[in-house]
Design a protein around this ligand. Structure first.
Ligand code: OGA
Ligand code: MN
Length: 229
């Protein structure tokens, strides 16, 4: 794959609609969608090129919790992250794609998604993120999680799988075989309801690059501005 010759990323959101339709149907049926190698290749290449060119200092140890409760915890996660802004060509193209997905899902699912935030993540050899949920009922306004992977030629020996556990009801019947394991391969897209699915990242055995993002509801009201991350 030649990154230097990556073609321009298409701007017209209607080109993505067949994929958005598949994702919307999966979310309606199951609450999650896993689409291997589905992100447009031009966009995936652009993002990979960008992430590998970002200065190392831009990546900071990821914490857990928001604002005042934000802490670094080596037992829970060890990856490094860099929040994505629209200031770079790649970041801008990514946000455009994600917002086109947001608009499509709002039309189809009436989720009322209002904003999108995302970061690059880098797991070095041995890094992991223990089982967690991205949002808790009544506590946060993250509705839908979106993860895409930027790793060409990931093999079964490279670890770093995303494991998604079943959303269980109050009766807590856990069906072991409904655990889903996702290989973090180039262009694979994962979408799931943030409050419903616990998930974890198994230790990566080589550098692992991904983007994690969240579509949120607007819960800012008058003097109660949304807490900073
Ligand atoms: C996260 C997360 C999953 C992955 O950043 O919250 O769960 O596969 N990431 O990188
Ligand atoms: Mn997560």
């Amino acid at each position: 794959m030649s990154l230097a010759h990556a073609k321009p990323v298409d701007d017209d959101p209607s080109l993505f609609e067949p994929l958005f339709e598949l994702i919307a149907n999966d979310v309606i049926d199951k609450g999650h969608s896993i689409r291997p190698y589905a992100l447009p290749e031009n966009l995936t290449s652009l993002l990979l090129q960008h992430i590998t060119e970002l200065p190392k200092e831009n990546f900071k140890r990821a914490g857990i919790g928001r604002a005042k409760e934000h802490t670094i915890n080596d037992f829970i996660r060890t990856d490094e992250i860099c929040w994505i802004t629209g200031n770079s060509h790649a970041g801008n193209a990514w946000i455009k794609w994600a917002v086109a997905l947001q608009n499509y899902l709002n039309k189809r699912l009436f989720l009322g998604l209002f904003s999108f935030e995302s970061h690059f993540s880098h797991y070095a050899k041995g890094d992991f993120y223990k089982k967690h949920k991205d949002a808790f009922r009544g506590e946060d306004n993250r509705v839908l999680s979106l993860v895409v992977y930027l790793n060409p030629n990931w093999s079964a020996d490279d670890g770093g799988e995303l494991v998604i556990y079943p959303a269980y009801s109050s009766s807590s019947i856990i069906v072991e075989h409904s655990k889903i394991t996702v290989t973090p391969n180039f262009g694979t897209i994962v979408v799931f309801l943030s409050e419903e699915f616990p998930h974890e990242v198994l230790p990566a055995l080589r550098d692992r690059y991904a983007i994690a993002g969240w579509f949120r509801l607007n819960t800012s009201i008058a003097n109660n501005i949304d807490p900073p991350r």
